[in-house]
Design a protein around this ligand. Structure first.
Ligand code: GCW
Length: 689
C-alpha cells in the first residue's frame, strides 16, 4: 500500500503541470463516468445533446438522464427545465442548452436543482468584423476563422470544418445562437455566388448547434455587385435585386438569419445618399427578408463631423424615426453614445425608442480596453450598462428591460457582441479574453446575471484541476483559496483599473490615433476632422477639463429622461464616474473626496497603475495551480500590461499638467517617462499583432 502511495506521490511531483494551449476554452473538463441517456427523438441537435452528456458526465456514475421535448407553458423560446431526471424543453435546442447547463453545474460544483431557465433575448449574436481577405478589423487574436485571402481562399478544407465545428460548440454551450460572418464595413463581394457557397458550408456546420448565420451587407451592393444604376431603396429595380438575392440566399441556406447593416456611417453608403431615410433603407431590406422569417439589424452608429457633439447624434437621427420601422427591423445601438469607450453612460436611445425594437451592441474585442495585451474582464462594464436605469417607463426601466421585451412589445429581441475570435491557438489572444466571449454568451442568455457569478463559473471551468485526472488531488489542494478567490477579485477589478489608468472621471477617447491602444491625449494631426482628435473630447485648457454637455453646453443631457437629465446636468449630483463626460470643470474644482479635480485625476491614474501591479502579484502566486504554458503566457502579458498602464498614467498626467500647471501630489509616484519621449513613441509599434 505504502509503496503504491509513494509511487503515486512521486508521479505527482515529477509530473510537470500539463501544458494547455487554451484551445479547449471553458470546455476542457471531460467526464469519464458512464451515464444512460434516454432521448425521445432523433435529430442532429439531439444527437449532439446525447453525445455531450456521454462525454462530459460528471454526476452519479451510471445515472439515467431523460431528455424530453414536451411543451410546457413556463418554458419560453429555447428555454429549458432541469428536473431531477433530466431536461425538458419545447424545442430540441432547448434540450441542448439544458444539457450544457447541467454539465456546467456538475463542473462548477453547483447543485442540480429543479429550475426553469428562459433566454433574455431571442437572438444572441456574435458580430465578426472579418474581411474576405482574412484580416479582422479590430481583431487581436490572429486572422479570421472564416475567411482567408489567396488563390485557395474559397476552398473549404477539413481543417476549416473542424474549427467551425469547435466554434459552433463553444457558442452553443453558452447559448449564443447567431453569427454575423463578416465585417460591418462590408464588401459587396460577400453576396456573390462564390462567397455564398462558402457561407452555405459554414451555415451547414453551425445549424445543428442552433446558430443562425447572418451577413453584413453593403447598402450599395445592387450597384456595386449587380451593376444597377442606383441602389436607391425606393427604386423598383433595387427592390427586385434584393428580393432575388434574398431568394438565392435562402435556397442555399435554410433558416438564414438576416442582414446587419452599417449605413451612412464612417463613409459607408446608405439610403441618405439617395435622399431617403434609415427607415426607407431598412424597411426595403426587411420586406425582402420577411417571407423567409429573416430580420434586419440596422446600426445606429452614426455621426458627422459638422455636428458639435458626437454623443448627441445617434439619438437626433433615430428618434424622429421611432415607429417607422417594420417589425422585423431591430435598431442595433452601441452601449454608449460615442464608441465602446472604457466608460460611457448608456446610450440615450435605450428606452427612448418605444415603438421600435432596439438591441444593445457590446464590444467583446478589446479595441479600447487594451486589446489582447491587457487583462480586462468586461462583464462589469456590460452589467453596469444593462442595469442602468433609463427611467423611460418609470423607475426600474433598465437598459436590460428596455431591450429584452419586458418593457415594450417587441416582435424580436436581440443582443450583439463584436467577437474577439481569431486563428490564435487560444482563440482570443489573451487567455483571459476568453472570459469576455464567455461572459457575453452568459449575459445574452440571462441579462440579470452578476459579473461575480460569471467570473466564478469561468474560472472554475477554465482553471480548475480536472478531478478525473490522476494528479488532481495535489493540484486541487487549496485551489479555491489560492486561485479562485484572488483571480476572481483580480478579474472583477480589472475594468475599473483600466478606467483608472486610461480615462478616469468620465474622460473618453484620448487614444493614440487609429490603433486605439496607447495614450494620445495630444492626438490632433493637421487637417483631420476634429471629432477624430483627442482634444475634441477632453477639451483641456488652462481653465479646466471635460466636455460640457450640460444645458449650457451641447445639451446632450436633454436626451436623458428625468431625473437623469437634471442629475447629469449638475456637477454636484452627476455621478463622479461621468463627471468629465458631462462637465467642463476648473482644475481646482472640489471632488467628492475633498481633493481638487487635478489631484483626484493624479490619484486615479496612480491607483490604476497600482491595481495592475497587484494583478501581477496575484498571478505570480497562482503558479502551483496552473499549467506552465498558460501561467507563463499570462504572466508575460501582465508584465506588458503593467508597463503600458504606467505609460498611460505618465502620458496623461504630464500632458494635462501643461494645462493645469499644478504639481503632482507628493504622495503619488512621479512619472517615470518623459512626455516628449511618450509623444514620439507609438506604443503600437511594439505591439505583437
Ligand atoms: O469603433 C469604431 C471602430 C471601427 C468600427 C466602427 C464601427 C467596424 O474604430 O473600426 O468599424 O467603430 O463600429 O462601425
Amino acid at each position: 500500500m505504502r509503496t503504491i502511495a509513494s509511487i503515486v506521490l512521486l508521479f505527482c511531483i515529477a509530473q510537470p503541470a500539463n501544458a494547455e494551449t487554451g484551445h479547449e476554452l471553458w470546455l476542457r473538463i471531460h467526464g469519464v463516468d458512464p451515464v444512460k441517456v434516454i432521448c425521445s427523438g432523433n435529430s442532429p441537435t439531439l444527437s449532439i445533446a446525447v453525445r455531450e452528456l456521454e462525454q462530459g458526465w460528471g454526476g452519479e456514475a451510471g445515472a439515467s438522464v431523460v431528455l424530453a421535448v414536451k411543451p410546457d407553458k413556463s418554458i419560453k423560446g429555447d428555454g429549458y427545465r432541469l428536473t431531477a431526471s433530466g431536461v425538458q424543453a419545447n424545442t430540441e435546442l432547448g434540450i441542448l442548452y439544458g444539457v450544457y447547463e447541467m454539465l456546467r453545474r456538475q463542473q462548477t460544483g453547483q447543485p442540480n436543482r429543479e429550475t426553469v431557465s428562459n433566454p433574455s433575448y431571442e437572438r444572441r449574436v456574435l458580430n465578426h468584423w472579418d474581411n474576405p481577405d482574412g484580416s479582422v478589423e479590430r481583431g487581436y487574436a490572429g486572422r479570421s476563422i472564416f475567411w482567408r485571402g489567396g488563390d485557395d481562399s474559397l476552398v473549404v478544407t477539413e481543417k476549416d470544418r473542424a474549427l467551425w465545428l469547435e466554434y459552433a460548440r463553444a457558442n452553443a454551450s453558452i447559448g449564443i445562437n447567431g453569427s454575423v460572418l463578416n465585417n460591418v464595413n462590408a464588401s459587396p463581394q460577400i453576396l456573390s455566388k462564390q462567397y455564398l457557397a462558402r457561407v452555405k458550408e459554414i451555415a451547414d456546420i453551425l445549424r445543428p448547434y442552433g446558430i443562425k448565420t447572418y451577413l453584413s451587407v453593403k447598402f450599395s451592393s445592387p450597384s456595386l455587385l449587380g451593376g444597377l444604376k442606383t441602389s436607391d431603396p425606393l427604386d423598383p429595380q433595387t427592390v427586385q435585386w434584393w428580393e432575388a438575392k434574398v431568394k438565392e440566399i435562402y435556397s442555399l441556406i435554410p433558416g438564414f438569419g438576416g442582414f446587419l447593416v452599417k449605413a451612412n456611417s464612417e463613409g459607408q453608403p446608405g439610403p441618405q445618399d439617395y435622399g431617403r431615410t434609415h427607415a426607407d433603407g431598412a424597411n426595403m431590406m426587411a420586406d425582402a427578408l420577411k417571407p423567409y422569417g429573416g430580420i434586419v439589424m440596422w446600426r445606429a452608429f452614426v455621426y458627422r463631423s459638422e455636428d458639435k457633439d458626437r454623443a448627441r447624434q445617434a439619438y437626433s437621427e433615430f428618434m424622429p424615426l421611432d415607429g417607422k420601422f417594420r417589425d422585423n427591423v431591430i435598431i442595433q445601438v452601441k452601449n454608449g453614445p460615442v464608441d465602446f469607450q472604457p466608460r460611457e453612460p448608456f446610450s440615450p436611445l435605450f428606452g427612448a425608442m418605444k415603438k421600435t425594437s432596439v438591441m444593445p451592441e457590446l464590444q467583446i474585442t478589446q479595441e479600447y480596453l487594451g486589446q489582447s495585451m491587457q487583462l480586462v474582464f468586461l462583464a462589469p462594464m456590460w452589467e453596469e450598462c444593462l442595469k442602468s436605469d433609463t427611467y423611460q417607463e418609470g423607475p426600474g426601466s433598465t437598459v436590460a428591460r428596455s431591450t429584452d421585451g419586458s418593457l415594450f412589445q417587441q416582435k424580436h429581441t436581440a443582443i450583439a457582441g463584436v467577437a474577439n475570435i481569431g486563428l490564435d491557438a487560444n482563440w482570443c489572444g489573451h487567455h483571459f479574453a476568453q472570459a469576455n466571449w464567455y461572459a457575453f454568451g452568459r449575459l445574452a442568455w440571462n441579462n440579470g446575471l452578476s459579473s461575480e457569478k460569471i467570473a466564478d463559473e469561468w474560472i472554475r471551468l477554465t482553471f480548475a484541476p480536472n478531478e478525473k485526472e490522476p494528479a488532481a488531488e495535489s493540484k486541487s489542494a487549496g485551489w479555491v483559496g489560492s486561485l479562485l478567490i484572488p483571480v476572481k477579485e483580480m478579474m472583477l477589478q480589472s475594468r475599473e483599473a483600466a478606467v483608472n489608468y486610461m480615462m478616469p472621471l468620465g474622460l473618453h477617447h484620448i487614444f493614440a490615433g487609429n490603433h486605439h491602444y496607447g495614450p494620445g491625449p495630444w492626438f490632433a494631426p493637421k487637417g483631420i476632422r476634429s471629432d477624430w482628435t483627442s482634444p475634441y473630447y477632453h477639451q483641456a485648457d488652462k481653465d479646466g477639463i471635460g466636455f460640457d454637455r450640460t444645458r449650457r453646453g451641447s445639451n446632450a443631457v436633454i436626451q436623458y429622461h428625468e431625473p437623469l437629465a437634471s442629475q447629469f446636468n449638475d456637477p454636484t449630483t452627476c455621478p463622479e464616474i461621468y463627471l468629465l463626460w458631462f462637465h467642463h470643470l476648473p482644475w481646482t474644482y472640489k471632488t467628492k473626496s475633498g481633493r481638487t479635480l487635478w489631484d483626484e485625476l493624479c490619484y486615479r491614474y496612480d491607483t490604476g497603475v497600482q491595481q495592475v501591479r497587484r494583478f501581477q502579484k496575484i498571478w505570480d502566486r497562482v503558479e502551483p495551480h496552473v499549467d506552465a504554458q498558460r501561467f507563463g503566457e499570462v504572466q508575460s502579458k501582465l508584465r506588458r500590461h503593467y508597463r503600458d498602464a504606467q505609460i498611460w498614467k505618465d502620458a496623461c498626467l504630464l500632458y494635462f499638467q501643461q494645462f493645469s500647471r499644478l504639481p503632482i501630489p507628493y504622495d503619488i509616484e512621479r512619472p517615470v517617462n518623459d512626455l516628449e519621449d511618450l509623444m514620439r513613441i507609438d506604443l503600437k509599434l511594439s505591439h505583437h499583432n
